[in-house]
Design a protein around this ligand. Sequence first.
Ligand SMILES: Cc1cc2nc3c(=O)[nH]c(=O)nc-3n(C[C@H](O)[C@H](O)[C@H](O)COP(=O)(O)O)c2cc1C
Length: 448
Amino acid sequence: MNLHKPIHGDALTTSGDHFWIALDLMGEAIDEAVMDKGEGVLEDLSGCSRRGDHRRWRRWSLATVVYENNARRKGGRLPATAEQRDTRKPLPSPNTSSETPPSLSATDAAKRGNPDTEESEADGGAAAMDYHNKLVLAPMVRVGTLPFRLLAAGYGADITYGEEIIDHKMVKCERRLNEFLGTTDFVEKGTSNVVFRTCHEERNRVVFQMGTSDAVRALTAAQIVCKDVAAIDINMGCPKSFSISGGMGAALLSKPELIHDILTTLRRNLDTTVTCKVRLLTSSQATVELARRIEKTGVSAVAVHGRRVKDRPRDPAKWNEIADVVASLSIPVIANGDVFEYEDFGRMKNATGASSIMVARGALWNASIFSAKGKLPWDDIKREYVRKSILWDNDIKSTKQTLKEMIMHHSCLELAEGKAVIKSETNEDLAKLYDEEDYYHFVTLSRP
Ligand SMILES: Cc1cc2nc3c(=O)[nH]c(=O)nc-3n(C[C@H](O)[C@H](O)[C@H](O)COP(=O)(O)O)c2cc1C
């Protein structure tokens, strides 16, 4: 990122990795009034503490200040503060779906989508995401790439999360328009390695989920992709040692100040919806306290996976503890854990009071879980997934992993199909295996 050194008279001073800046009540910076942590009034990490009648102090991360500073140099007003932004009227939902979960009222159903907004937002305007009464595809590593997200959306998912991508990886990427596929690709510079692929069709529902342990790096990564996605989500729930040892995922749950830093930095510098996904802490009270702190950062919604960090996937999700979080927050909560049938969306909504419901394994095993008409045979879903993977030239490792997960659940990897998937090296191999050769040739020959 292009960081500008603060210049004399910019009302900035350093304090560790951060700057302190004084604001008047309108959110304007006061040039001459600068002080640092050492002077004692700036310990309030929640954002500001009062000093006199007309001033408040705010702790900004480096990236935030650079942004603010540039705005002032150009003679403009500072961007809206978190509090000011919250008063903005949310735009109507960009999401459309023909189906409505059984438990939703007619008014709820009306809130679910507004096709009128779709065109203008897709044309580049930033839209606030609507998290009410949505069916959400959860983030899943190696699974949640473009074909699977489109598959889920085709069956009725309103919001589709991508797989978690680590900020370190994203900052090495450049945005490329892929004319052959009609996609926007984020490719590791100097390589052909596509780290994230998206397309116009999902612009208003795709969530880019990121793993991070640093506010400035998270912002740098988010700035690369934010214009092409509907929201940026920070993963605060991953219990894997890779994440924890890097201070990411569930490691963040014990660092509320870092959470605050990351989320406020993203909120103040991006004109994109920002959310996070957490797990339960060791007690319901602790989870609620953390969720309240998260709410104060101004995020648009929080997804709560109803398991603790040490819980295994087979342990039942604690819907009652998600309900405690819902009861304590005013922002939408997306409840996650143990939805395996379409009817579970309604059951979980009733049990938790959550605004929206998110599903991972239930969708991985049969993406038509989002359809009110009932699930289709998994063989059909699998074939449709293979076709979409061919169409969007999905990374073979991702396609194979997703197929393996499906097969492991419904059948067995030791049987002929599983072995053949493991042996496949290209999408063409998979096309042969699933009798989709004609489709493969049709698609690849019709590419420009
Ligand atoms: C294959 C797989 C990959 C996952 N990858 C991610 C991920 O990238 N980010 C994340 O926040 N959670 C991830 N999760 C957790 C899910 O998003 C979800 O929180 C969890 O599976 C509970 O939901 P479920 O009971 O509907 O499966 C993953 C889960 C699975 C099964």
